[in-house]
Write a protein that binds this ligand. Structure first.
Ligand code: ARG
Length: 458
């Protein structure tokens, strides 16, 4: 391409080192779409002859068809996908092909291609996260009355429902949707026309190119247009957060599958066995999701570190952006795709959840609240209930089974209605504050989440 300035071919291992075609060829559709829009605009503006613009567009469409069908093989020795397609075009249509790159540089071309590519991927991931929220919400709707222990410090704390626990994740994933939508808005800005760094002397109609490619705006500074990778970093950041949520959910599923919990069982199709221990059924999928979270964090770190010292405008370091962001996108898609059917097919062991909730004195706060309702200050009631719990532990019994005489020894405020007040169902039903676990409150939470989710769009 630059034979005019050079007197020697690039050394072949240097070419391999320099080349990005092995990973940027996945953007061939975006590259061709960008070139078609650019050629259209050049023709409309009279910068190239409209008849030549038509020849270029037909040639590019032919290349697209042949790449889609696989009949045109990518040349692995090409420097990148942009050079490959331009060279192929010139091979096919001759001199007209050499006019395509008028008023364009690979610097604004690659920024355009990556934005187009990541816009598509962001849409795709957004739709998958929506499906995930719907799946989690559907399961929650079946478990409004499934009592389970809620934990802090991994110690049984207070009773909640499985629906309430699941909806906490639905809330996280809904925030992920809104982060993706937000990031998409800033990605949706067209850089073509920035050229190498300083724009061009040709009378481009950049807004027309943006319209042809479905962008809502154009970049307003040519240096920023070619050197900005915020959109890739923001996407990786939103994806890291999404993976963090998936990883926490996975961690809980791993615990819930264990013999120690036995709250759920994963379908055989989503578990693996052991090569030596015949009894084993392992939650490998969730462990892999937890593990792959590290990769996505790593991808974000790669991008941030790669960008931090770069002077304006384009530097070749920026070629390193693609493998990182592609890896993040691929990993997230694979994880969500596996996670959705895995939770759809899991069986929930309501009985064990309830049994676990019945142990561990998770109704102790309710016992204290009972005394407070009868006039005792909370701190006094808290201390007295602590004494009761210690007594139960000593007698190897529970608050539910402790005889009323024992209660009365500690306070005359206790009556037979204490047993109702500390029954598991009562403890859950009474927690009906907005955002609480009572079935009515969770129903309201679901309705509100569905309403808000409908308002988040790309
Ligand atoms: N392949 C490069 C990249 O992925 C784009 C080309 C710009 N190269 C250049 N030397 N100006 O970033």
């Amino acid at each position: 391409m630059w034979a005019g300035r050079f007197s020697k071919e690039i050394a072949s291992d240097v070419n391999d080192f320099n080349s990005s075609i092995s990973f940027d060829s996945r953007m061939y559709r975006q590259d061709i779409a960008g070139s078609i829009a650019h050629a259209t605009m050049l023709g409309e503006q009279g910068i190239i002859d409209p008849s030549e613009s038509d020849v270029i567009i037909a040639g590019l469409n032919g290349i697209l068809e042949d790449m889609d069908s696989g009949s045109l093989k990518i040349d692995p020795s090409a420097e990148d996908i942009h050079m490959f397609i331009e060279a192929e075009l010139t091979k096919r249509i001759g001199d007209a092909g050499k006019r395509l790159h008028t008023a364009r540089s690979r610097n604004d071309q690659v920024a355009l291609d990556l934005k187009l590519y990541l816009k598509d991927e962001t849409r795709d991931i957004f739709a998958k996260v929506r499906e995930l929220v719907v799946t989690v919400t559907d399961i929650a709707k079946q478990h409004l009355d499934t009592v389970m222990p809620g934990y802090t410090h991994m110690q049984r704390a207070q009773p909640i429902t499985f629906a309430h626990h699941l909806m906490a994740y639905a809330q996280m994933f809904t925030r992920d949707m809104s982060r993706l939508a937000d990031c998409y808005r800033r990605m949706d800005v067209m850089p073509l026309g920035s050229c190498a760094l300083a724009g061009t002397t040709y009378p481009l109609n950049r807004r027309r190119t943006a319209e042809l490619l479905g962008f809502s705006d154009i970049t307003l500074n040519s240096l920023d247009g070619v050197s900005d990778r915020d959109y890739a970093i923001e996407l990786c950041s939103a994806l890291s957060m999404l993976m963090m949520h998936l990883s926490r959910f996975s961690e809980e599923i791993i615990l819930w599958c264990s013999w120690e919990f036995k709250f759920i069982e994963l379908d055989d199709a989503y578990s693996t066995g052991s090569s030596i221990m015949p009894q084993k059924k392992n939650p490998d999928i969730t462990e892999l999701i937890r593990g792959k979270t590290a990769r996505v964090y790593g991808d974000l770190q790669t991008l941030l570190t790669m960008m931090k010292g770069l002077p304006l405008a384009y530097n070749k370091d920026m070629q390193e952006d693609k493998e990182a962001v592609f890896d993040a996108v691929d990993t997230v898609k694979m994880c969500i795709k596996t996670f959705i059917p895995m939770i759809k097919t899991m069986t929930v062991n309501k009985e064990n959840m309830r049994l676990a909730a019945a142990k561990g004195f998770i109704n102790a706060t309710d016992c204290a609240d009972y005394l407070v309702r009868k006039g005792m200050p909370f701190r006094t009631a808290y201390k007295l209930t602590g004494t009761l719990v210690a007594l139960c532990i000593e007698k190897n019994t529970t608050l539910e089974q402790l005889p009323i005489e024992e209660y009365k020894k500690l306070s005359e405020l206790f009556d037979n209605d204490i047993y109702d007040a500390i029954s598991l169902d009562h403890c859950v039903m009474e927690r009906n504050v907005e955002g609480g676990p009572a079935p009515e409150a969770v129903k309201a939470q679901i309705a509100e989440l569905e309403r808000r989710m409908a308002g988040i769009a790309l």
